[in-house]
Design a protein around this ligand. Structure first.
Ligand code: FE
Length: 150
């Protein structure tokens, strides 16, 4: 599944300037899969994504805009069926929004650059933070580390 359409001119792994696009524009530059999660706040089926059970060493980027989000060092084996991290790579790499949908009180996590929906934040993660960033594989893009330090 291709998550980074080459026709997305807003995608950048170095530009951290916030993006403010219309829904119409997002629809044009994202794949339907990424659009449905990032812009329509969808959720992939648990145990279905490509990263829930993945332990490669490297960096996770936002599939919608290229923003650097997580390091594999902060990923942990969660039984929930979605890729889970105990901390973000940069403090302002993501934003938090209250989410009272579906009769629950949760904290939504969105990308700090494009404000695309990534997943939710829970307080049942492992040390050292006790946090669980429960993300959707579809809106993440993994880049392996070039040279692993031995
Ligand atoms: Fe983004």
């Amino acid at each position: 599944m291709e998550t980074t359409p080459p026709q997305n001119p807003y995608y950048s792994r170095t530009d951290t300037e916030p993006l403010d696009l219309t829904d119409e524009e997002w629809k044009k530059v994202l794949t339907p899969e990424v659009y449905s999660i990032a812009r329509q706040k969808g959720t992939e089926y648990p145990f279905s994504g490509k990263y829930w059970d993945y332990d490669g060493i490297g960096t996770y980027y936002c599939a919608a805009c290229g923003n650097r989000l997580f390091l594999s060092d902060a990923k942990f084996g969660s039984s929930c069926g979605w890729p889970s991290f105990f901390e973000t790579l940069r403090k302002d790499g993501v934003k938090y929004l209250p989410d009272h949908s579906h009769g629950m009180h949760r904290t939504e996590v969105v990308c700090g650059r494009c404000e695309g929906h990534l997943g939710h934040l829970f307080d049942d993660g492992p040390p050292p933070t006790g946090k669980r960033y429960c993300m959707n594989s579809i809106v993440l893009e993994f880049e392996p580390e070039e040279s692993v330090q031995v």
